[in-house]
Design a binder for this molecule. Structure first.
Ligand SMILES: Cc1ncc(COP(=O)(O)O)c(C=O)c1O
Length: 405
């Protein structure tokens, strides 16, 4: 068989994607994906193609991207440990900085011990895969992040989905599963495209009723919800606990990496069963140094969290009073839901012309008819920045006939 014959089955898929991109992005100002942004270190502005734009779709919730203390910690880590580690964590790849970071993650999240992975994606895939396997059942919220879904599918367990944020539906699903294996329920604490929060107390009750484990992904909750940014347990008053908490070091914490917290025994097991931990290089020193310093700053400066909470509530209120659909958002993530994929693309393009980056999320990342701009309010946005963004979004929404004059 020649090479072109070998490619023939893939060609229709490649052509379909390229056609769709051409439909959406037929001129440079309509490009919204894979755009290269040059960030300003001390502001939420970015430069793209010579234009200075206000970034409103970034994940840097507590405003530490570009922080000099974090950058200094990353540089010091390189000076002390080099740019990479010479292996996986189990063999030659562990440095004292990993252990210091793990101690800080455990302390900050209120658990005995922590383990850090080289990404949040790897933490979810590795943890779900270590907790469940053939003969077990993993129950996922319909809107769980792809890394949780992938972990569940790779685990070999039976995978069941329940309706989004619906503990009664989870109850029905659990009643119908095989009680002889592990039953693992996994939810996002804060949903990344909607900004709504999982109903932890009700989920805990249902899991206890059926003897199921409850795992939460704190990716968009750490530094975002709870009075001091400690996530979903603190948000609900601190009494109700999840069995397993995982998170990332790439959102509020401006680095890379993922974490899981738990008992020493459980983490010992995980170290030997989580394949992305065992078979992938350790977190790079600069990343570990930046993450450690960021967590220490978050601990000392909880006002970053309260500021972003207050400003995101204000933003949400102003936008919904003006007629925009902000869905069920309760956090720093505020979707502006506009219907069709084309609406979202036109809206994003008009926002950019008004000086603001609001990035569209379209199918299949969200269900058809629920395309949106995914906006995140961070501690780096001043009140004046947010007011500027509000004006730009509303001007663009009127131009696109999404709201009245
Ligand atoms: C809910 C959630 N979990 C996990 C991840 C993966 O984290 P990372 O980007 O650090 O690999 C993401 C990333 O966007 C996420 O939104």
């Amino acid at each position: 068989m020649n090479a072109s014959a070998a490619w023939q089955h893939l060609e229709p898929k490649v052509a379909a994607i390229n056609r769709r991109i051409d439909e959406l992005e037929w001129e440079p100002s309509r490009r919204n994906n894979f755009v290269s942004y040059r960030p300003e270190m001390d502001s939420p502005y970015v430069e793209v193609d010579g234009e200075r734009l206000l970034m409103m779709s970034g994940y840097g919730y507590i405003g530490l991207g570009g922080d000099e203390r974090v950058a200094a910690a990353a540089k010091a880590a390189i000076d002390q440990y080099g740019t990479g580690t010479p292996g996986v964590r189990a063999l030659a790849g562990t440095i004292p900085l990993h252990e210091e970071l793990e101690a800080e993650v455990a302390r900050f999240t209120g658990r005995e011990n922590a383990l850090v992975f080289s990404s949040g994606y790897a933490a979810n895939v590795g943890t779900v895969g270590a907790l469940a396997g053939a003969g077990d059942t993993v129950l996922l919220d319909k809107l769980d992040h792809a890394s949780i879904v992938d972990g569940a599918q790779l685990s070999g367990a039976t995978v069941t989905r329940f309706r989004h944020n619906d503990p009664r539906h989870l109850d029905l699903r659990l009643a119908a599963t095989n009680p002889s294996g592990t039953r693992l329920v996994v939810v996002d604490s804060v949903y990344s495209m909607d900004g709504d929060i999982a109903p932890l107390p009700e989920l805990r009750e249902v899991c206890d009723k059926h003897g199921a484990l409850l795992m939460v992904d704190e990716a968009h909750a750490l530094g975002v919800i709870g009075a001091t940014g400690r996530g979903i347990e603190e948000h609900f008053g601190g009494e109700v606990k999840a069995d397993i908490k995982v998170g990332t070091l790439s959102k509020a914490v401006p680095s890379n990496g993922g974490w899981i917290v738990g008992s020493a025994d459980f983490l010992q097991y995980l170290k030997r069963h989580a394949r992305p931990f065992l078979f992938s290089a350790a977190l790079a020193p600069a990343q570990a140094g930046a993450a450690l310093e960021s967590l220490r700053i978050l601990d000392r400066e909880p006002e970053r969290v309260t500021y972003a909470q207050r400003e995101s509530a204000r933003f949400r209120q102003v936008m919904s009073d003006a007629g925009m659909n902000t869905g069920a958002s309760q956090s720093a993530v505020v979707p502006l839901i506009v219907g069709s994929d084309e609406n979202a693309w036109e809206f994003a393009t008009a926002c950019r012309k008004a000086g603001v980056v609001g990035l569209p999320v379209i199918t299949p990342a969200v269900p058809p008819g629920l395309a949106r701009l995914r906006i995140a309010i961070t501690a780096k946005h001043s009140r004046a920045d947010i007011d500027f963004a509000i004006d730009a979004f509303l001007t663009a929404a009127r131009q696109c006939h999404l709201i009245g004059e």
